[in-house]
Design a protein around this ligand. Structure first.
Ligand code: SF4
Ligand code: SF4
Length: 402
């Protein structure tokens, strides 16, 4: 392997991404999956933290962090995302490599074409099965394939995904990047003065022998010698192709190079857009981290029953009907209790099933109970502090007017 070639580095990164695709469904952080959007539990597991469906604002924050990271990568590295990391590119590169390996023993065009179809079909099935692991536990994925009849929905989604991937690999390929990908178009507004791009080196252009190797190697079919083109995905294949040509001729280095900015230079430069995006990303990451740290593993709402009247008992005390909804966001069934703090001058009691309320993970439970107010201040009791205990430990509080 020639050490100054780009393609082996790109392939290594793409291979690592594929390994992660298959590996991440098996990774765990404590008792929870490391990264998984579990549809059955309606929960996003983010680095081991379970975000329930009622915490969608955290999912929104996470999405903002990911988007800002994409934008920052683009202002720094241009379309490196498209040429090195985008799933469409990675899958197509892998499909090309597998097809040409499977077609190698055959000379007839029809046999080679059939090998390409077979490689695409195999890859599509494997990838769609791996993707399912991002939405279900690995043991559940196995059950989908062992008992498809009992798991019709996930099985049909997997078949549909495989078919979609197969059609993409055989018929769409890089036409999607060239003509349809909206992110490719959007990227042009993110480029700034220090963005990495692929340059036809002005200082050595006169050494070009017009062999067209760079054009033949380009997956987008463009001639980058004509200058910057939006179709270029910074994959670096033309760099390698020209280096091969120049080495064979003993004519020195190739005529293309990656460059940060329009002028010669090989160090990243901090443009204005990059600085603004980096700052926004830091703020978004800190906000997400703070919210994840502060989030409660239990939810708790309190509501006075509006239809029922307050009743006075013969001993002079008052009773009010209340309702509470308690949610368990933890990973295991837990026992919850409700208590209330009696303010000075009043005696407050909770009557009803307010202790040892057992709630399964990711479930909510409604509790009806009575609030009994007595003592000298009676009905004019000031605001009350309710406490929710989870397995004997205070999990949340709420202060409400009786
Ligand atoms: S591969 Fe190099 S020498 Fe050949 S056409 Fe392209 S730039 Fe010119
Ligand atoms: S011009 Fe070069 S870097 Fe751009 S897409 Fe074509 S081969 Fe890749």
């Amino acid at each position: 392997m020639k050490i100054n070639r780009i393609s082996p580095r790109r392939q290594l990164i793409q291979f690592s991404l594929l390994v992660l695709l298959f590996l991440i469904p098996f990774l765990r952080s404590g008792d929870a999956p490391f990264l998984q959007l579990n549809i059955g539990l309606r929960t996003l597991f983010l680095f081991g933290t379970a975000l329930r469906v009622d915490e969608l604002f955290l999912l929104l924050l996470f999405t903002i962090v990911v988007m800002l990271l994409f934008f920052l990568i683009t202002t720094l590295l241009g379309r490196i995302w498209c040429g090195w990391l985008c799933p469409q590119t990675v899958v197509n590169d892998l499909g090309d490599a597998l097809s040409s390996w499977m077609a190698k023993p055959f000379a007839q065009p029809i046999a080679r074409r059939l090998s390409e179809h077979l490689a695409s079909a195999l890859l599509s099935v494997l990838l769609s099965a791996a993707l399912l692991g991002w939405f279900m536990l690995p043991a559940e994925v196995l059950q989908v394939f062992v008992h498809p009849g009992e798991n019709l929905l996930p099985f049909s989604i997997t078949v549909g995904t495989a078919l979609f991937l197969y059609l993409d690999l055989v018929f769409v390929k890089r036409e999607f990047c060239r003509s349809y990908c909206p992110y490719g178009r959007f990227q042009t507004v993110l480029l700034d003065e220090g963005t990495l791009n692929l340059a036809f080196r002005q200082e050595v252009q006169d050494r070009c022998i017009n062999c067209r190797s760079c054009i033949r190697a380009c997956p987008m079919g463009i001639d980058i010698r004509q200058g910057f083109q939006i179709e270029c995905i910074n994959c670096g294949r033309c760099i390698d192709a020209c280096r091969d040509v120049m080495e064979r001729r003993g004519a020195g280095d190739g005529l293309f190079a990656y460059r940060f900015g329009a002028t010669a230079g090989n160090r990243p430069r901090l443009g204005q857009k990059t600085a603004i995006l980096a700052l926004a990303l830091v703020i978004a990451v800190l906000t997400l981290a703070w919210n994840l740290n502060e989030r409660s593993v239990s939810t708790f709402t309190l509501q006075r029953s509006s239809t029922a009247v307050v009743r006075q008992l013969p001993d002079g005390s008052y009773v009010q009907p209340w309702k509470s909804i308690i949610g368990n966001r933890g990973q295991a069934t837990a026992s919850f209790s409700l208590t209330v703090v009696s303010p000075p001058g009043a005696i407050v009691q909770l009557l009803g099933p307010v202790t040892d309320i057992r709630i399964a993970p990711n479930q909510n439970q409604a509790i009806d109970f009575y609030l009994k107010l007595s003592g000298p201040s009676g009905k004019s009791t000031p605001r009350l502090e309710f406490r929710l205990l989870k397995d004997g430990t205070q999990a949340a509080t709420q202060t409400v007017a009786p």
